[in-house]
Ligand binder design. Sequence first.
Ligand code: NAI
Length: 521
Amino acid sequence: MAALEKNSVVAVIGSGAMGAGIAQVAAAAGYRVKLYDTRPEAVSKALADIAKMYGKLAEKGRMTMDEAVAATARLHAAGSLADVADAALVVEAIVENLDVKRSVFAELEALVADDCILATNTSSISVTAIAAKLRRPERLVGMHFFNPVPLMALVEVVEGLATSEAVAATVYDTAAAWGKNPVHAKSTPGFIVNRVARPFYAEGWRLLSEQAGDPATIDAVLREAGGFRMGPFELMDLIGHDVNFSVTQSVFGAYFNDPRFTPSVLQQEMVNAGFLGRKSGRGFYAYGENAGAPVAQAEAAQPKPEVVTLSAAIGSDGRGHSGIVHSLVQRLEQSGFTVSSRVLLEGQAHDAAPALHCNGAAIYLTDGRSATQRAHDNQHADTVLFDLALDYATAKRIALARADQCSDAAYAAAVGLFQAAGFTVTLLDDVAGMAVMRTVAMLANEAADAVNQGVCTAAAVDIAMQKGVNYPRGPLAWADQVGIEHIVTVLQNLAQGYGEDRYRVSPLLRRKLASGAPFHA
Ligand code: NAI
């Protein structure tokens, strides 16, 4: 299957933020674009904005002035739906309402040629349902762009139950010809991104409601240790809490109240208060001229400990739990520590997992139990946990959790150790699974379920999360790196600790664990 020919007519119905972006991208790629909106002034505004954007791109050298002029000339206003009758592809980006979308497509179907492809940019309505009333439902497909369209590479090509494979393939190739990174998805609530991203927000809300830290602190940990471009709270402030809450409610309802997707009472309160984020001037953070910069919690400087030892063998292949601890040990060694191996004495309490030891503190990567629980299980009071980081070699910040039983001296040694290796150390209150680890484990769990349920492939979900919401690594590639065994352990411990179905382990993670095969070779 090939992309639609350049020069064919692409009609964009709805000329708001999304429609204008789609038109800009299609015309720049050489397609003739007709823009329609029930409000003609929206079309004029979109055409003027796009011409201005091309001008700016030409100034920056991202396209030539000739290309900008040619692309602008390929854009046309459609005065009525009948004006788009010669389209090879219609992309609808109107109001998010099933009845309105159905009636627009019914009207379109009576106007366009039989081989014209009908695409919807819906982000939350079933593609199957939008197509159901058409004479030829097989020609309707989801073409889900991300905001802002010219900057976000992802397009989810969403097949409803009736969508023909050939139509999906043509739209996939056409999106690629527009310079986008398309992925195939089946029409299921949230498609890929809006489903798999839920835990990024949901675990943030859980951490906040259990008082692991304040929003600025949790955001800083997800950013500076997790490598995410934004933390959950600053991101929700940007998206708008009304919009984010409504997507969460819609996915929760669409999955028949699966506890995985339970919305947060705290977010409901934010919406009730009208604290919607940037757009209302106040969300978790204050916006405007006098708003101070948020400050994340950081521990005061502690002395550098003298002796560090390591118990249990660690692998050096960079993958898996022990590979992660290995990369941290390397950073400690590069900071001047000699990390010698420690032989545990008989009868001495220990954990099979690798631990760093200094001044009596046993320091472990979180496994989904709280530090307090782990101290109890190991009968070792001086227990400190560290959180996952995207890359321990370069992370600026690291989060620690301290067992309630841990002595001040042992905790201070752990803080001093990480500070001496150049980390800003943040203390999270002792919540199971910490921040980055439980977020990544739940993202991988949701991604695995999407693959297990045939929504998309493992490659597609990882591309989607990187290109649609800028994640620093695909969730399944991240599970491979942390080790599927460790991810499953974290989820099992969360499930056991909370006793909630929310943390149930995806069957595909269990299958991967049993077979020993990673998601990506
Ligand atoms: P918008 O409100 O900026 O633009 C919608 C435009 O559609 C308006 O100009 C409106 O006048 C026009 N319109 C409404 N009913 C119409 C009809 N019957 N016929 C022709 N034009 C009509 O909305 P936005 O943000 O551009 O979103 C549009 C669609 O894209 C929605 O379905 C939304 O779910 C989807 N979407 C939005 C994303 C976002 O981040 N805003 C992301 C991905 C998808």
